[in-house]
Design a protein around this ligand. Structure first.
Ligand SMILES: Nc1ncnc2c1ncn2[C@@H]1O[C@H](COP(=O)(O)OP(=O)(O)OP(=O)(O)O)[C@@H](O)[C@H]1O
Length: 327
């Protein structure tokens, strides 16, 4: 889908990008990560030519992107940034319909498309479509940003720290939504973040940059288990097994046999804490590390579905550990 070949970009004496090579397959979600100033945003922005590289080739779907009209190229690529950049004087529905409008779709079609996209990001079009961006929370605005980026059905989506301006709980919800949307619509996504857990949770592949160059490009498991060098190992830090938990939810570990459901019900009746099935495994782990023997797990209706324990999350029962044993 995308081939970046020998991309160079210099600002004065600084090499922001230095011979970057990257192959991204159709439908893959690739996260760019690395220390501040390593070139993540610059690399992302060369793909839609908001930054023109000094050298190298960008091939998108077999076409030379550096030879195409940059305005048309940008319209064909979805783009989501940190503070969304919604137009304050347009309604939510009109904001989502901006690119279809630029592409000349007729009004009925583009408004219908906007409503479909709002529903996709779980904003009720009847309730939110007519509001103005200033009447939404930060997380809701971010959802509108995603709906807008998807409105013209681009195959490629560029996301530059899209979730970094929201609180941690909203951020987790948005990550969950993005994974769900990705299961539904499968786009090729290039995603910049500073957040290691976010990278591990979302990425099919992580590209770790340093001083404008690619240090390692691999799936998160490989990156954590087989860091290419000391820099990669230090960047991802301690406890790689726990970090890999970021990719899993409580549903991957829950015990649902009758005895477990009974034990969980008794624990809740005695005042024990619970987590929903879709909660992240790391969130459950931090509760358990607070000294709880078990956590009850609830389903979408709030009914008790089973339980998880510390052992479930950290030892051989975990999918991560099973992978390790199988490897
Ligand atoms: N317009 C510009 N003019 C001059 N230097 C620039 C410009 N844009 C980026 N740079 C420099 O290029 C390098 C890479 O910047 P870039 O913004 O791509 O890094 P980043 O990894 O996205 O950083 P951060 O994580 O801090 O957002 C940095 O040294 C930066 O100072």
């Amino acid at each position: 889908m995308i081939s970046l070949r020998n991309i160079d970009k210099r600002y004065g004496g600084v090499a922001a990008l230095n011979q970057v090579n990257l192959e991204i397959a159709r439908g893959e979600l690739v996260v760019l990560i690395g220390p501040s100033g390593c070139g993540k945003s610059t690399l992302l922005r060369t793909v839609n030519r908001m930054t023109e590289p000094d050298g190298g080739q960008i091939i998108i779907d077999g076409k030379n992107a550096l030879a195409s009209d940059p305005v048309l190229l940008r319209r064909s690529i979805g783009y989501v940034i940190q503070n969304v950049g919604l137009f304050p004087h347009l309604t939510v529905r009109e904001n989502v319909a901006v690119v279809p409008h630029l592409l000349g779709w007729d009004k009925a079609k583009r408004l219908q498309r906007a409503d479909e996209m709002l529903a996709l990001v779980r904003l009720d079009p009847a309730r939110f479509g007519g509001r103005y961006p200033g009447q939404l929370s930060g997380g809701q605005q971010q959802r509108v940003g995603i709906a807008r980026a998807l409105a013209a059905d681009p195959q490629l989506l560029l996301m530059d720290e899209p979730f970094s301006a929201v609180d941690p709980i909203t951020r987790e919800q948005l990550q969950e939504e993005l994974l769900r949307i990705q299961r539904d619509v499968r786009k090729t996504i290039l995603f910049v973040t500073h957040d290691i857990d976010e990278a591990i949770r979302l990425a099919d592949k992580i590209c770790l940059l340093r001083d404008g160059a690619v240090v390692q490009y691999a799936d998160p498991d490989t990156m954590l288990r087989h860091p290419a060098n000391e820099f990669v190992a230090r960047f991802f830090g301690q406890e790689p097994v726990l970090k890999r938990l970021a990719r899993y939810s409580v549903a991957d570990f829950v015990r649902i046999d009758a005895a477990s459901v009974a034990a969980a019900s008794a624990a809740v009746a005695a005042g024990a804490d619970s987590v929903p099935l879709h909660a992240g495994a790391r969130a459950a782990l931090s509760k358990l590390l607070g000294g709880l023997p078990l956590l009850a797990v609830t389903d979408t209706t709030g009914a008790i579905a089973g339980l998880v324990t510390l052992v479930d999350l950290t030892l051989a029962e975990s999918p991560a550990a099973r992978d390790e044993l199988a490897a």
